[in-house]
Design a protein around this ligand. Structure first.
Ligand SMILES: Cc1cc2nc3c(=O)[nH]c(=O)nc-3n(C[C@H](O)[C@H](O)[C@H](O)COP(=O)(O)OP(=O)(O)OC[C@H]3O[C@@H](n4cnc5c(N)ncnc54)[C@H](O)[C@@H]3O)c2cc1C
Length: 454
């Protein structure tokens, strides 16, 4: 039987491949899926990822629990455990952890390459992957008809739907928002055109992340008993902070040092967004910190610097037969470990909507409208949440409760209230589930297409 839909996924990262798995599970052969990836294969750069209960629920639904769980530090289970320990570290004296954030599952920390490999290993037989296909343009008809994709190598492809899962520097978003801005201009609405133009590219947050992987065995030889070997930690300070957690069954430490220039938020980036740097660039900003943080940084042998960019408050994730998913829709700061999880949630809700037996070429607009209504508020909310807590970690934002209590953020009461703020901000990861969003989406689709829910 001919497939009911032909879907082109642009980008074979965590979001794009999860969508391929969701479509395979729920639609089988009724949706033909082609993935177009700019690189010569599926690969991940970068190091660790922390994921949480919401994301884990989708991993379980997709049957990936065992294989990914075995790659975590300990096999994940729902028992409440330490998510992260927090301490203030930008002083010469050693400090104690001021807060231990406990959550169901704790933080499930994995190597990104392991996660991608598990997604790839589970792709269906006969899955259509096309490598060295960098999307450079797309066109879509005013009404009915296929979307045409154009690639850097001069070739083209056609599909009923294009899903832009092409990451933080998304070409799909660039084309979509250039088109939106041009049509606002043609309509004489210059203010709206200017507003839309701001969404074409991701903007720099003013923060650089210096990343490194430490071999735990080697690290413990010169730092015996250091808690970072086993404990996920945040070290906080003015205009900078460190995140550290074990990955790869505890054999490696994923280490990130953040250095911020808050006044530079929103400015254009000077130079490439990822560069290899001498290890001193990562170590030196923390050289006056407490001994524990300094010792951790002294374990660094190699480092790369990532400019952290985000995409704030997109007014639409959909334009006709083109849709954004993952970082292309809501690239975010890393401060609540949520970017990959949000890409996976997009993939789950969109994949289920497209697979639904009410979805076909003629009802596609409704399915996409529901995706936008359900996922966009959540994606945009998490971007803002993540930004705000990042400012608080670096003492550049005073949470309302601290302000209302009239205490100093660095006082014992200030740290108690900061701990509450940290818990409240992170708790969306475990207080509600993406299945609830899917059920809401299903309800909306059925009422739009006037059919009772089973
Ligand atoms: C320092 C750092 C730490 C992070 N820590 C966490 C964490 O702890 N937890 C968490 O959940 N998230 C974390 N994230 C965020 C997470 O990595 C991203 O949100 C996630 O990878 C987004 O997935 P994606 O599929 O949308 O994009 P990507 O994974 O970036 O995939 C995009 C894919 O599209 C391809 N592509 C790009 N352009 C084109 C094109 N024009 N044509 C065809 N293909 C194209 C790329 O090659 C790539 O394969 C972190 C990010 C950073 C930078």
């Amino acid at each position: 039987m001919a497939p009911k839909l032909k879907v082109a996924i642009c980008g074979g990262g965590i979001g794009g491949l999860t969508l391929a798995l969701v479509l395979d599970k729920y639609a089988g052969d009724s949706i033909k899926v082609d993935v177009y990836e700019a690189k010569s294969g599926f690969s991940e750069i970068g190091a660790g990822l922390s994921i949480w209960k919401r994301t884990w629920s989708i991993i379980k639904t997709l049957g990936l629990e065992r294989s990914l769980g075995e790659m975590a530090v300990t096999f994940p289970d729902e028992t409440p455990k330490l998510g992260f320990g927090f301490k203030k570290s930008d002083q010469a004296e050693q400090s104690e952890n001021f807060y231990r954030m406990i959550s169901p599952y704790g933080s499930i920390t994995v190597h990104r390459a392991d996660m991608l490999k598990i997604l790839v290993d589970n792709l269906p037989k006969g899955f259509h992957a096309h490598f060295n296909k960098r999307l450079v343009a797309y066109t879509q008809p005013e009404r009915e008809g296929s979307v045409t994709l154009r690639f850097a190598d001069g070739t083209t492809a056609q599909a009923d739907l294009l899903i832009g899962a092409d990451g933080v520097n998304s070409t799909t978003r660039e084309i979509m928002y250039t088109d939106f801005a041009e049509s606002a201009m043609r309509a004489g609405n210059m203010d709206e055109a200017m507003r839309l133009k701001q969404h074409i590219s991701a903007s720099w947050t003013g923060t650089y992340a210096y990343r490194s992987l430490l071999n735990v065995e080697k690290f413990l030889e010169f730092a015996p008993g250091h808690q970072a070997a086993t404990v996920p930690l945040f070290y906080l300070g003015k205009d900078r902070h460190i995140v550290s957690y074990p990955i790869s069954r505890g054999k490696l430490i994923n280490l990130i040092g953040f250095v911020s220039f808050p006044e530079s938020e929103g400015q254009n980036l000077d130079g490439p967004s990822v560069v290899e740097v001498p290890k001193e660039d990562m170590i030196n900003p923390f050289s006056a910190w407490e001994p524990e943080a300094r010792t951790l940084m002294e374990g660094v042998e190699k480092s790369s610097r990532w400019a952290i960019c985000h995409v704030r408050n997109l007014p639409k994730y959909v334009s006709g037969r083109v849709v954004l998913l993952g970082d292309s829709a809501h690239a975010m700061t890393t401060h609540i470990g949520a970017g990959a999880g949000q890409a996976i949630e997009d993939a789950y809700v969109l994949g289920r909507l497209l697979s639904d037996n009410l979805s076909n070429k003629s009802t596609l607009d409704s399915a996409l409208r529901v995706y936008d209504s359900v996922r966009r508020p959540i994606g945009n909310f998490v971007v803002e949440h993540s930004r705000t807590i990042g400012l608080a970690y670096e003492f550049n934002y005073v949470p309302d409760a601290i302000r209302a209590a009239g205490v100093d953020m660095g006082s014992p009461k200030g740290f108690d209230l900061l701990s509450d703020f940290i818990y409240d901000t992170w708790s969306f990861h475990w207080k509600s589930m993406p299945e609830e969003d899917w059920l809401r989406a299903e309800q909306m689709l059925r009422s739009m297409l006037s059919e009772p829910t089973n």
